[in-house]
Design a protein around this ligand. Structure first.
Ligand SMILES: CC(C)(COP(=O)(O)OP(=O)(O)OC[C@H]1O[C@@H](n2cnc3c(N)ncnc32)[C@H](O)[C@@H]1OP(=O)(O)O)[C@@H](O)C(=O)NCCC(=O)NCCS
Length: 163
């Protein structure tokens, strides 16, 4: 008799970081600087980064994307964290909704494994702690985003019901 397949399957999960305990200060790798979204060129760079990192969004036009993002009731440019490299290129982003929700975390392929993803997460936790949030949530895929899941869990994010 054939055994049922033990292959893991890709699943959407919700992860949560409680902000009650001590938080680590973000440690930015040398040569990288953080600021928040503040101009039309920032928006264009962010769109280019997101469509590069998430292939399923490659066909999303800038105008449609920006219209949807900037008119969302939970959009706040102060929660759109951008990390630039020494040449001024956008290397990474964490874009959050005001509901203490991390919508997109993305690091350019050539800037990965330097600590930018981790530093951005600490930045996001600190920003929502300062706004009085009890926790930060996100949704991700267990297999498709397995590198990200490892990072999230290392920084204390834990699975909660999807809602
Ligand atoms: C997931 C993602 C955001 C991680 O970004 P990152 O900047 O590479 O993250 P970090 O550098 O903080 O950590 C990644 C790894 O590099 C390691 N690392 C960090 N600094 C390092 C250094 N100086 N030298 C060597 N390794 C280092 C970390 O320990 C971690 O190791 P692990 O994969 O074994 O856990 C990035 O891979 C990405 O954009 N992926 C595609 C988009 C995506 O999946 N987004 C999340 C959707 S939910």
């Amino acid at each position: 008799m054939l055994e049922p397949s033990a292959q893991p399957h890709d699943e959407v999960i919700r992860l949560r970081r409680d902000l009650g305990g001590a938080l680590q200060a973000p440690a930015w790798p040398a040569g990288f600087v953080l600021r928040t979204l503040s101009s039309a060129p920032d928006a264009a760079s962010l769109h280019a980064l997101l469509t590069e990192v998430f292939p399923e969004r490659r066909d999303e036009t800038f105008d449609a994307w920006w219209q949807e993002l900037s008119t969302d009731a939970e959009f706040d440019p102060a929660l759109c964290f951008l990390v630039f490299d020494a040449e001024g290129g956008l290397a990474a982003t964490a874009q959050c909704w005001t509901s203490a929700y991390l919508k997109d975390l993305a690091v350019k392929p050539d800037a990965r494994r330097l600590g930018l993803g981790e530093a951005l997460l600490w930045q996001v936790f600190a920003a929502f702690h300062a706004r009085g949030a009890a926790h930060v949530d996100l949704k991700t895929h267990t297999l498709e985003n397995r590198d990200a899941v490892r990072l999230y869990e290392r920084l204390g994010m834990r699975r909660v019901p999807l809602e």
